[in-house]
Design a protein. Sequence first.
Length: 293
Amino acid sequence: MNFNFSDIFWILLLIASVQPAWQRQTVELRRMQALKEFERQRGGRVILLIHRQESINLLGIPLSRFISIEDSEQILRAIRLTPPGTPIDLILHTPGGLVLATEQIARALIRHPSKVTVFVPHYAMSGGTMLALAADEIVMDENAVLGPVDPQLGNFPAASILRVRQDKPIGEVDDQTLIMADIAQKAIAQVQRFVRTLLEDEVPKRKISPEKIDSIIEAITTGRVTHDYPITVEEAKEMGLPINTDMPTSIYQLMDLYPQPRGGRPSVQYIPMPYEPRPRLPEPGGTSPQPQR
């Protein structure tokens, strides 16, 4: 059979058009297999909420992803499909998002009769932290972080807007700032009330001392630190949150199946296998290297 240049061109074009869809299908199959295996190991429902920093390939414009109403719709459906006697494992990797969507998910989690475990392999900030507070147990990587849940109004922290009204004479504060301060005060009160609902939820498996609740609310809702302040594992434990660091290896393997989309050269590279120290080779000249401390 003879092929001319035109035939080869169309064959290559067909392969190029089919290959991305085939690759996506392959990755999706691997994801489903990994989820099923993790569910088999844990004996419960696994839900992933992963937000990466996406980019438009053509223009390279960064688009932040966050907890949305669509996310809440999907997670609420997953929780509804979970039998009352089945535990739920929620894997979180998110910068936060809409308060409404976050509260809907958190309320559904605390209403689920069986144990809810939240896994944080890297970070769960703002609304992600609020979802973690709805869990019976929070499993974090030793270097993972949570974040404050103080409300933000536009580009400004609600607590900072209140500070303006507090520090300036009332006659020097414009009407718009006063209106914003009123909204900020209400937003902080609403968040504090909801966080208290999460922390006071009566769960026998969760051990949060009642005397710690007020200090936790004070620490994460009042804006005494910046909104992107990283709450480490050590600080979260000191607050009294139910944290442990027994992160299953399969969580990291799952995260590898949800990589950051890349438009060019990767910014981080390494050989993806456990590192085994080896003896250093002799330096040129025949002298053996001295051990480094």
